[in-house]
Ligand binder design. Structure first.
Ligand code: NAD
Length: 682
């Protein structure tokens, strides 16, 4: 009947086996296959129980995302579940891997669940799940989206039994249910766990507040919390109808579009353009990382987390010991919080071989340099790497701004040199900008992309320019945030607008976190002035590390507190410079924080530093915490409309006498033609 769902008999038990790689997503074909096979098994007198199981690495891991936004095809998931609930014979879900989203909902339609698992929301999940686990855990699971393990699922009544092999375990369980003549448990008719919550509705408001804290500005978790509360006072069928309406509304809004776009953009980013199809990545068995500082340590941790051995190289034993100590402490803290197993820190440390001297790169297939950001030092290090590395090793620099072509030029193998720009903290941040230099060989490039994916990073290929994609766009924003202070805004006003938009931090809080002295020293080196920032540093305000920067900090706290002293310092500086400050609206701040970045993004596309607007968005989503429900700066630009953005940029260029704000030619062209950035790939 179906290619992706088969019916297999084991004595009196019929197994409906879904086999739709890679993750058994609920495509129309899978839904139809389950629907028809369950119906047939229920009609067959020789069948006494039905098991729904999946082949491959996981039970149904969710909806078929490409189907979202297209006309729905019958049968819908609710119809499939209704067919299961209608069965007169026990239906058992055999769960392995993760039962996420629609997959979990499918299991909730079954009378019984047995598992080996982890668990999320959508059709029926807000109504049946609270009936299985009680409303409190039900609402928490749905708003956080955090999967729960099999033992917890068992404890809370989400599953009936933990089994070893999912299918065999479920068949044995099915036989037991038949022999014991257990009554069928149809969750939609079972309100036994809802009573406790009837007295106390605060669990829903608390869960909504927690969701809002975690995903500020995101609609879906709040809507889900509300939907779970319907279990208390809305009849099941009516609640299910309301839930479907809510789901369709959420799926149609810009936040949902943005999230689907982010999903596909990440996938696209992994497909490297401009390399022959036959190109294969080079094998990487051992990695050498040079520098055990902030970045080198974090990068080494990412490799060890993925089980890849690392030679970590420093200039002296002391630096090495310090770096290794920080890594160990970091893992131990995670283990103490239960984030990794207790024996993981020791196992991961064992994968790291600390060494002094650059001759130790000799066994590595990939070498990543993370030493000080000075061209002379980088060149010295690459000359030494070139002398010792084995032929065919890929040589990468983690530089934030420096020209990779110039670095490659000091080696006799520029074809093997590229950038791998990780973000801080490197063991946490997912982005890795892979910088393709003029002479980088296609297979060296693919090696970097493949290894980045292997260590669970999101790679995006970019070209050589000052700051590559992310930091170059950030610089366009920084220029405006600094100017806004001279024109009349305060750090806390600018930061509040940026965080309200959804970024985790505003530019001034970020400056305080990174340390204001770094930029100050670099300005001194280059003979550049930035009066307000300079005055702060001259007053010893280097940011969080000195307890004072654009904000003040209470000891031991990272929470920025607006400081009247800073307001006075800004005021005095402006007076000294003869500048008149004006009131600046939040709307102007938002436009000047975001539109210049978009403009820089357009230039980056023109110069082919990034090959797709979606690559730029991936960089902002995974490297800078751009809110996923806003898709990325280029996606956001398309939503606002390029004509509006070009007009506002022109306006600010004149208002602030800053020709760099004039719309980039590509932006202007698309705006004039009424097109979007998304139209570029088509
Ligand atoms: P850091 O000062 O924390 O660490 C640099 C380390 O390199 C030091 O431990 C130093 O002893 C070591 N080192 C210097 N010369 C060496 C040599 N010849 N051989 C071996 N080790 C040597 O600096 P960091 O913040 O980790 O930055 C490293 C690189 O990463 C820089 O290029 C920087 O621009 C880039 N980067 C930094 C960040 C960030 O947020 N810190 C983010 C992305 C990229």
């Amino acid at each position: 009947m179906s290619d992706v769902v088969k019916l297999v008999r084991h004595d009196e038990v019929a197994v409906v086996m879904v086999d739709s790689p890679p993750v058994n997503a609920l495509s129309a074909a899978v839904r139809r296959g389950i629907f028809e096979n369950v119906k047939a098994a229920n009609a067959d007198d020789a069948v006494k129980a039905i098991v729904i199981a999946c082949a491959g690495r996981t039970f149904v891991a969710g909806a078929d995302i490409p189907e979202f936004g297209k006309p729905p095809q019958s049968p819908g998931l609710n119809e499939v579940i209704a067919e299961i609930e209608k069965c007169t014979k026990p239906v058992i879900a055999a769960i392995h891997g993760t039962a996420l989203g629609g997959g979990l909902e499918l299991t909730l339609g079954c009378h019984f669940r047995v598992a080996v698992l982890g668990l999320r929301p959508g059709a029926g999940g807000t109504q049946r799940r609270p009936r299985a686990v009680g409303p409190e855990l039900g609402v928490q699971m749905i708003v956080t989206g955090n999967p729960i393990g099999a033992p917890e699922a068992l404890k809370n009544g989400l599953i009936e039994e933990i089994v070893e092999g999912p299918t065999e375990g479920a068949i044995a369980f099915a036989k037991k249910v038949v022999a014991e003549k257990r009554p069928l448990r149809v969750l939609k008719n079972d309100d036994s766990k809802l009573a406790a919550a009837k007295a106390d509705r605060s669990i829903f408001t608390n869960a909504a507040a927690a969701a809002n804290k975690k995903n500020r500005g995101m609609n879906a978790p709040l809507a889900c919390a509300e939907a779970v509360s319907w279990t208390l006072d809305t009849p099941f069928d009516e609640a299910l109808k309301k839930e479907r309406e809510m789901f369709l509304k959420l799926v149609a809004d810009d936040q949902s579009k943005a999230q689907r776009y982010a999903f596909f953009s990440e996938r696209e980013a992994a497909k490297v353009q401009g390399v022959p199809d036959s190109t294969k990545p080079r094998p990487v068995e051992r990695v050498a990382i040079i520098g055990a500082g902030t970045m080198g340590g974090g990068i080494a941790m990412s490799f060890a987390n993925a089980g890849i051995p690392v030679t970590l190289i420093e200039t002296g034993e002391e630096q090495l010991k310090r770096g290794l100590g920080i890594m160990q402490k970091n893992w131990e803290n995670t283990a103490a919080r239960g984030g990794i197993p207790a024996d993981a820190p020791a196992k991961r440390m064992a994968l790291i071989d600390g060494k002094v001297g650059l001759d130790n790169v000799k066994d590595a297939d990939l070498i990543i340099e993370a030493v000080f950001e000075t061209m002379a030092i980088k060149k010295e290090v690459f000359t030494a790497i070139d002398a010792h590395a084995k032929p065919g090793a890929v040589l990468a620099s983690n530089t934030s701004y420096l020209n990779i072509n110039d670095i490659a030029a000091v080696t006799k193998r520029p074809q093997d040199v590229l950038g791998m720009h990780f973000f801080s903290p490197a063991n946490v941040m997912k982005l890795c900008e892979i910088v393709r230099a003029e002479k980088t060989a296609p297979d060296a490039l693919l090696t970097a992309v493949a290894i980045a994916r292997k260590i669970a990073k999101v790679p995006a290929v970019v070209g050589v320019c000052d700051g590559f994609v992310g930091n170059r766009m950030l610089a366009a924003r920084s220029k405006q945030s600094e100017k806004l202070l001279f024109e009349g805004a305060l750090p806390q006003q600018v930061d509040a607008v940026v965080t309200k938009f959804g970024l985790p931090m505003g530019p001034f809080a970020m400056g305080d976190l990174a340390g204001l002295d770094i930029g100050w020293r670099s300005r001194q080196d280059r003979g550049i002035k930035s009066e307000i920032a300079d005055a702060l540093c001259e007053a010893g305000r280097f940011g969080q590390k000195t307890g004072k920067g654009y904000y003040k900090y209470e000891s031991g706290s990272r929470a920025p507190i607006p400081d009247p002293e800073v307001e006075k310092l800004i005021d005095d500086t402006c007076k000294r410079l003869g500048l008149t400050r004006r009131a600046i609206s939040d709307q102007e701040i938002l436009e000047r924080m975001v539109y210049p970045m978009i403009n820089e993004g357009a230039r980056i596309l023109e110069e082919k530093i990034a090959s797709r607007p979606s690559d730029i968005d991936v960089i902002w989503l995974y490297g800078y915490g751009w809110p996923i429900y806003r898709g990325g700066p280029m996606f956001y630009a398309d939503l606002v409309g390029l004509k509006e953005i070009a007009e506002r940029l022109s306006f600010y260029a004149k208002q602030t006498n800053d020709p760099s704000l004039e719309p980039a030619p590509l932006l202007k062209k698309l705006a004039d033609e009424g097109k979007t950035f998304a139209s570029l790939g088509k």
